[in-house]
Design a protein around this ligand. Sequence first.
Ligand code: RIB
Length: 316
Amino acid sequence: MEDSEGSSVMPSAVGTVIVVGAVNVDLVVNAHRLPGPGETVVGSGLRTFGGGKGANAAVAAARAGAHVYLVAAVGADDHGGAALAELAADGVDVSCVAILEDQPTGVALIVVDDQGENQIALGPGANGALGAGHVSAALAELLPTADCVLVSAEIPLEAVGAALGEARAAGVHCILNPAPVIDGLDGLVPLGAILTPNESELTQLVGRTGQASMAAMLTELVQRSGASAIVTLGGDGCVVVSPGGTPAVFPARPARVVDTTGAGDTFNGVLAARLAAGGGLVAAVDTAMIAAAISVGAHGARTGMPTAAEIQAARS
Ligand code: RIB
């Protein structure tokens, strides 16, 4: 697929991305199906992976070729130390990750079923104590060299707002992955970030429970933000609406699905990397879709995230 700003070949320019979001340790059990309320389901094994929507997206952007800074918080514990080492090994600059003495590192309890779908419960720990002041100070230092800021919402609303406010004032690309839709997040829509909800997040942001179509809800969001918005639909691809434009549907790429955990983070991280590198939105979405389809082929949020070379190989 091509757009007016570039060809289908990934541009070689390297951009700088600042990711603001959560770092977790993911404790994962595989089971034939997800448990219902009050139900115990017996699964197999227990695996530990690096996780958190911010950290995952940072890794996806780095593997796609961007220079990446992560602004986040971990606890002064073994999980935090291991998380930072793992991120650094993936090329993510963790110098702006706060290490909090009085908080544990965030933990996600995850069940993945035979179809690769997941269920996640979060213990936010240090993510819940990430201060707006820390975010503002980090962005003031990093923004002069940045091309794109990507923010997700497993952190306090004030920290999300600080990141979006600083990024918009600096005039760089700004993406808000509204995951999860925490209280008050809809109030940040007018700040004008590109929004990337999934289907249920879109419904929550627009406040609809009726029969409104995905495209109609997305258009409403775009009218409120004044910026493009993308709803990600898993195996059904995604829909993009830009201000004044009509909805554009991107079909999903064929995928061998083992574990969908982190697919959205991969999409957002690669989208940010390609926008930071100077690509247009259509080309960036196309590349992010390829990366997300590759990412679901392995267990864990980050294991299957592709490098730039792997994305290029899958495209050709
Ligand atoms: O998006 C997937 C992530 O959500 C997991 O890695 C888990 O940590 C939760 O934050």
